[in-house]
Ligand binder design. Structure first.
Ligand code: URA
Ligand code: URA
Length: 192
C-alpha cells in the first residue's frame, strides 16, 4: 500500500495533477472488511489530503457511526480519481482511465469482503457499464470476484435531496446485517 500511496501522491498521468494541492490516496484500515468508493476529492479534500472531510464526508461519517463503523477499524475509503477536478466537475473519461488502476490495486491489497459504491460515477466505472442506474441498482448486493458489492446514493445526493436518506438508511442496514453474517456476528450497532 505504501508503494501505491507514493505513486498516487507523485502521479502526473493527467492534467488534474497540475491544479491539485494534494492527491488523495485513501484513508482507514488498510485491511478493512469494507471498502467504500467515492467519486473525486473536493476542495476540503484537496486542501487536507484526506478523503471525505467536507460536508459529504461528515454525513458519511454519521451514517457509518449509526452502523457502528468507523474509519480506524472497519472501513477503507477510496475514490475513482485522486485529484480534485476544477469546480468539482464530473471527472472526464481520460482522467478516470488514467487513475482507475490505483483503485483496483487497492482493492486487491485491502482485500475487502464488502465494497460500497457511492454514487453513479463509482457504479458505472466499477462495472464498466454506463447503462447501470444508481436509482435501479442501489440497495442490492452484486457478486463480484468473490466479494459483495452494494451501490448506494452518494452522500452529496443526500445533501441535495434529503428525501433519499430514508432509502439509504435501509441500504446501510443491509450492510450491517451482512457484516454480522460474514465478518463478525457480534458487531454492535445501536441502531440495527
Ligand atoms: N466526495 C467524494 O466522492 N470523495 C471524496 O473524497 C470527497 C467527496
Ligand atoms: N478493472 C478495471 O476496469 N481496471 C483495472 O485497472 C483493473 C480491473
Amino acid at each position: 500500500m505504501e508503494d501505491v500511496k507514493n505513486r498516487i501522491l507523485n502521479c502526473t498521468a493527467c492534467n488534474l495533477s497540475k491544479t491539485r494541492k494534494n492527491a488523495i490516496w485513501g484513508e482507514g484500515n488498510i485491511n478493512a472488511d469494507i471498502l467504500l468508493i467515492g467519486e473525486a476529492p473536493g476542495a476540503y479534500e484537496d486542501s487536507t489530503g484526506r478523503p471525505f472531510v467536507g460536508k459529504s464526508g461528515q454525513l458519511l461519517d454519521k451514517i457509518l457511526a449509526a452502523c457502528g463503523f468507523n474509519r480506524q477499524e472497519h472501513v477503507f475509503l477510496s475514490n475513482v480519481i485522486r485529484c480534485r477536478p476544477p469546480q468539482n466537475r464530473t471527472p472526464q473519461n481520460e482522467e478516470v482511465e488514467a487513475c482507475i488502476p490505483f483503485l483496483f490495486e487497492q482493492i486487491e491489497l485491502v482485500n475487502p469482503k464488502i465494497i460500497i459504491l457511492l454514487g453513479a460515477t463509482a457504479l458505472k466505472r466499477f462495472f464498466k457499464n454506463d447503462n447501470m442506474r444508481i436509482t435501479k441498482c442501489r440497495g442490492e448486493w452484486i457478486e463480484w470476484k468473490n466479494r459483495l458489492v452494494m451501490p448506494v446514493y452518494h452522500p452529496s445526493a443526500l445533501l441535495r435531496n434529503p428525501g433519499l436518506k430514508r432509502e439509504t438508511w435501509t441500504d446501510f442496514k443491509k450492510v450491517v446485517l451482512k457484516y454480522r453474517e460474514i465478518v463478525n456476528a457480534d458487531h454492535y450497532s445501536a441502531h440495527v
